[in-house]
Design a protein around this ligand. Structure first.
Ligand code: SF4
Length: 149
């Protein structure tokens, strides 16, 4: 699993300070993709468990959530990272372009954003979007948190 970049972000999960890992190798090829540099498998730095654990330890008490942008095509590895985050008190979130993810992945997720990018419909901040952001445990759609007043 290769990480294209890592940032601390505030908007991807409303109300949370998130450690965001962007994973390369996206197989979905959405038309008009805003990040085609993520298509190439192997772009960025290979994530290593030790470095990941160190990052999470460093932000304990400062950040509240761990977000993966993609990576569901490395199911076993992604599950390890999510499980570790949860065990250490972080909430977890996956942004995927798929409409569904395997149920064994769901058990490690607090939040899930699904749906491919479709330019005419817009992203989560759009009322017409095909994408969904939900709390996994309750299945509650939280898109309204992204729509500006
Ligand atoms: S899921 Fe995201 S990164 Fe992948 S092709 Fe679609 S818009 Fe691009």
């Amino acid at each position: 699993m290769y990480c294209y970049d890592f940032h601390v972000v505030l908007q991807e999960v409303p109300g949370e300070v998130s450690l965001c890992f962007t994973i390369s190798g996206c197989p979905l090829r959405c038309q008009g993709c805003h990040s085609p540099f993520l298509w190439k498998e192997g772009s960025g730095t290979k994530i290593n468990r030790q470095t990941y654990i160190e990052i999470l330890n460093r932000y304990l008490g400062l950040a509240t959530c761990v977000v993966f942008m993609g990576g569901e095509w490395h199911l076993k590895e992604l599950m390890f990272y999510l499980e570790h985050a949860k065990k250490n008190g972080y909430k977890t979130c996956l942004y995927t372009g798929l409409d569904e993810v395997p149920s064994k992945l769901l058990q490690h997720l607090t939040y899930l954003k699904t749906g491919p990018w479709i330019k005419e419909l817009g992203g989560l901040e759009s009322k017409t979007t095909n994408q969904k952001f939900k709390e996994v445990k309750t299945n509650k759609i939280l898109n309204h948190l992204f729509i500006p007043n």
